[in-house]
Every structure is written in C-alpha cells, then in structure tokens.
Design a protein around this ligand. Structure first.
Ligand code: CA
Length: 232
C-alpha cells in the first residue's frame, strides 16, 4: 500500500527543514510549497492525503488556500498557526480545517495530530460504532457510556455534547461547532453552556475531573476528546 502523501504549504524555511525529515522518518511521502500559489498547484496536480497549511503566506492568505481546497477536496487540512493568529485559526477550523498545531510544536505532537486526522478520513467511510480509550467506552450505536466497566448515566444534553466530541474522534471541535451541534442555532455565542456541561462530563467520566485526561480544553478554540494513551 502507498504511504500517505502530505503536502506542506509553509514559507518558513526552518520549519520546513524540521517537518520534511520528521515526516519522511515516519515513511510519509512529502511535497513542499513555500507560497499559496505553488501549494494550490501541487494540491491540484497530486491530490495529497493531508495538507499542512500555514496561515501566514507571502502571496495569499492561508485562509484563501483553505477555501479553494474545500471547493474540491475533503482531505484533512491541519493549520500551522503562529501565536498571534488565534482568531484566524478558529475561523479556519469553522471553515473546514480539521485541526491545528500552534507554533512551536514538537515532533510527537505533529505526528499524533496527523495520525488522528488520517484516521478520521477512514472513519468517514465506515463510522466506528464503539470508541474506547483509557477507562472510557463510548458506544455510539447503542448510546451507552461506561467507565471502568460501569455504565454511566448521562442527561440528554450531556450525551449530545459527548457525541459531538466523539464524532470528531480526537480532532479539535470549536466552541461554535459544539454549540451548533448540541444546542442548534439558538446556542450560538453561549460558550458558558459548554463550560458548564463540560464540567459535568468531566465529573462523571474523568478519574480526576480537576486534571482531565480525556476532555481537553484548547484555550480560546474549543475542546477535544482524547482517547489515545497519554504521551510523555
Ligand atoms: Ca508563515
């Protein structure tokens, strides 16, 4: 089987010098572009399995690259964002990017995000009915949740929030996406609902709710459900 092809669209040469060998060491195939124009041309000619996209590119905004990609491709796009691009990053996620990496990031974090994003591609074809990790078991088909083998009772809203996170299977979900999924159009802007219900989920499903392992806060962005083994 062919190894997944990853397209890097990033103008910072030092970052490309870190990304390319890191990805090749994991047997990914790699293509590089330093501008938006070059990146879009390579995306069209090679149809990569995943795109690493910098938002601050010299010729055009990374956001326009994302928009154009999304007109013809559903392949995962991971945003590479600098610290001062907080708002752009959230906008990119709401516009169809799959996840993000905040610079600077390490090799472990990069590879974990890529694994999750590529796994998700396959899940679109065959939805996983049961998700398991740590002591948690989430049966989306049977609508049952258990921790350490014991069934946990969730309210309807708690379950909908858990399901909205679980459907993204390790990828970040923005506040706006979660509010729309759980509360519908009326929920927009009510980020405090999320804080309240996330606290309830953590209380019921985390071993130590004050140090959550599964229900991860992504500051100013949203939340992610992490069912992978903890990394050190
Ligand atoms: Ca840049």
């Amino acid at each position: 089987m062919n190894q997944p092809l990853i397209l890097i669209i990033e103008d910072e040469e030092s970052l490309r010098r870190f990304l390319v060998p890191t990805l090749i060491s994991q047997h990914y195939q790699v293509l590089c572009a330093a501008t938006a124009t070059e990146g879009l041309a390579l995306a069209r000619s090679h149809n990569p399995d995943l795109v690493l996209l910098d938002l601050g590119l010299p010729d055009r905004d990374g956001m326009t690259v994302l928009k154009e990609l999304r007109t013809w491709s559903r392949k995962p796009v991971l945003i590479l964002s600098a610290r001062n691009q907080e708002r752009d990053k959230v906008r990119a996620l709401d516009q169809g990017a799959d996840d993000y990496l905040a610079k600077p990031f390490g090799a472990g974090e990069l590879l974990a995000r890529i694994r999750v994003a590529l796994r998700h591609t396959h899940l679109l074809d065959v939805p996983e009915p049961v998700l398991e990790g740590g002591a948690l078991r989430i049966d989306l088909a049977g609508r049952e949740v258990s921790r350490e083998g014991r069934a946990i009772k969730l309210t309807a809203l708690e379950y909908r929030l858990l399901e909205a996170l679980a459907r993204r299977n390790g990828k970040v979900a923005t506040h706006r996406q979660l509010l729309a999924d759980v509360w519908g159009p009326g929920g927009e802007g009510n980020t405090h609902y999320l804080r309240i219900y996330m606290a309830m989920l953590r209380k019921k499903l985390e071993a130590d709710p004050t140090r959550p392992r599964h229900f991860i806060t992504e500051p100013n962005v949203g939340y992610r459900l992490n069912l992978e083994a903890p990394r050190d």
